[in-house]
Design a protein around this ligand. Structure first.
Ligand code: HEM
Length: 260
């Protein structure tokens, strides 16, 4: 049973993740988009979307730090378990709260606006349920166990098992004694990956990252002189007396010039 959950399921999910993206690209390139509904409602989106995305970037960075960097490496550079725990819990709580608030706003938006509700697909609903489950489980681990509870050093078990999946040496025994919320969250993470290619999450791979490195667009001034201004209509002309030309012969009337 342990082998099925901690070895077979992760690989099956990763296979679906890869094959699903190939299938989606071949069959639904025009649907490969965020399916933005900004035009239908923008008030809640303007707050919910940046909160959700900033929170998600923070949570992803936290997962990369906690799951991919071995405890021995952070210890070697002088970061003890207590310091690591402080950084990971405080960072996890801040980014997790942003993610929860953003997700709540995005979900509320689907209920509040009838127009948004009408364009919400079944896969959107499945995605929101999956996201909520993952976020609730993750936050329970961070807040209930690691912030207020007795604490659980997942870097000695979950992280080692997680890296083992990608080295083709997953050890199911490492997950046997993990708290239930962490077990559900970890296996849920792989199921979430299997769902990914069939949802609007595929837009993540089309983020316009090249924009950050593209060469500057150079704007140049005109080489040719600007065209001479057209004379103003007679009614708008300003008539002012000219400086008297002392060299010219004097006449009875003062000379005038027209400023155009
Ligand atoms: C196999 C994949 C995953 C594993 C092994 C994993 C593992 C963990 C662990 C160990 C924590 C606790 C961190 C701490 O207390 O410092 C955590 C927290 C969390 N996880 Fe995951 N996770 C995975 C995937 C995901 C996914 C796909 C999502 C969201 C869709 C997610 C969302 C969260 C959130 C919101 C938290 C709480 C905030 C934080 O500590 O970063 N996780 N996860």
């Amino acid at each position: 049973m342990h082998t099925l959950i901690w070895v077979v399921v992760p690989y099956a999910c990763l296979a679906v993740f890869v094959a699903g993206h190939v299938w989606r690209w071949r069959h639904d390139q025009f649907g490969w988009t965020t399916h933005t509904s900004q035009i239908l409602e923008n008030r809640l989106l303007r707050l919910g979307s940046p909160l959700f995305h900033l929170g998600a970037f923070g949570v992803i960075a936290g997962h990369a730090m906690g799951l991919l960097i071995p405890e021995s490496l952070t210890a070697a550079i002088g970061v003890d378990e207590h310091t690591y725990h402080l950084v990971s819990v405080s960072g996890g709580v801040v980014t997790g709260v942003m993610l929860v608030a953003g997700l709540a706003l995005l979900i509320a938006r689907r209920f509040v606006s009838g127009r948004i509700r009408r364009v919400t697909t079944t896969m959107d609903k499945v995605l929101y349920v999956a996201l909520t489950a993952m976020v609730v489980l993750g936050m329970s681990g961070t807040v209930v166990i690691n912030l207020f509870g007795e604490g659980y050093n997942y870097r000695e078990t979950i992280s080692v098992w997680f890296r083992g999946v990608f080295w083709f040496r997953p050890d199911p025994a490492l997950m046997a004694d993990a708290p239930l919320v962490f077990q559900l969250h970890a296996i849920g993470g792989f199921l979430f990956l299997a769902l990914w290619p069939f949802t609007r999450l595929v837009h993540v791979w089309s983020a316009p990252l090249a924009y950050l490195w593209r060469p500057y667009v150079v704007y140049r001034g005109r080489r040719t002189p600007a065209p001479a201004p057209q004379p103003a209509p007679a009614a708008l002309r300003v008539v002012e007396p000219a400086t008297p030309d002392t060299t010219a012969p004097r006449s009875a009337e003062p000379a005038t010039t027209v400023k155009s």
